[in-house]
Design a protein around this ligand. Structure first.
Ligand SMILES: *[C@@H]1O[C@H](CO)[C@@H](O)[C@H](O)[C@H]1NC(C)=O
Length: 236
């Protein structure tokens, strides 16, 4: 019908109106996990409006599409305050930047401001290994320089707050080699099953946050006799 053919024109017209209504943008840097009621910034000051105008023009925030109301305006102070805990990890995962946009609406005349909330990572997660214990069997015939790979630790945080280094408890046989997150035990001194049938090595992963957080795993090494037969898999 005719109304359908006019649709694109209406859309374009309303787009122009919306465009016209969007005034200066505001941008704030917000650490994640802020307490409810914490002040993000002062809307009145940043828009150059007095508090009475802010009230009479019914300033409010609008979260199109989002079920959560992350912030609110306190009309008696003009402050934009945190209303809901913001967890950067669930919002943006490993993305290096995390942006939340909010519409600030003023009435009479209708005025729309886009408010950008740049959510900053805080070090609220520790490095974690998948298991608490890693079991390894190493034959005593293993040569100096042989490498044994260890599953790396993961940290939900980003940048400096993610895993930065590893620390292996001092021991007589192994040292650690870490290369772009590939973690390996390197045999420095040969194992001797007569002297030691098993050993426990504590491996710690550390992040670079402040305060620093860490996670540990115990590597339990069983030393196998050089003469033991390798287990046979009859299905091969
Ligand atoms: C607004 O701020 C004032 C002054 O800090 C405070 O007393 C009041 O409780 C706040 N109102 C709301 C709704 O948070």
């Amino acid at each position: 019908s005719d109304s359908w053919s006019l649709r694109p024109i209406f859309c374009f017209a309303s787009f122009l109106v919306t465009l016209h209504l969007v005034y200066g943008d505001l941008s704030y840097s917000v650490p994640e996990e802020m307490k409810r009621g914490s002040v993000i910034g002062n809307i009145a000051k940043d828009l150059g409006l007095d508090l009475r105008t802010l009230s009479s023009r019914k300033a409010r925030v609008d979260f199109e599409g989002s079920s959560k109301r992350y912030c609110d305006i306190n009309l008696s102070t003009g402050d934009l305050t945190a209303l809901e805990r913001i967890d950067r990890e669930s919002l943006c995962g490993k993305k290096p930047s995390c942006l939340l946009t909010v519409d600030l609406v003023l009435e009479n005349p209708l005025e729309l401001h886009r408010v950008s909330l740049h959510i900053q990572d805080i070090n609220d997660n520790s490095p974690k290994f998948r298991e608490d214990l890693i079991e390894m069997e190493i034959r005593e015939s293993a040569e100096k320089g042989n490498r044994f790979s260890i599953e790396e630790a993961h940290d939900a945080d980003i940048g400096q707050n993610a895993v930065q280094r590893y620390n292996l408890q001092k021991n007589g046989n192994f040292i650690l080699a870490v290369d772009s997150n590939k973690v390996e035990l390197v045999l420095e001194n040969k194992l001797d099953q007569e002297k030691q049938k098993e050993l426990n090595l504590l491996l710690t992963a550390l992040d670079g946050g402040s305060p620093q957080r860490s996670g540990t795993v115990v590597i339990h090494v069983t030393v196998l006799d050089a003469n033991d037969n390798a287990p046979v898999n009859w299905c091969d």
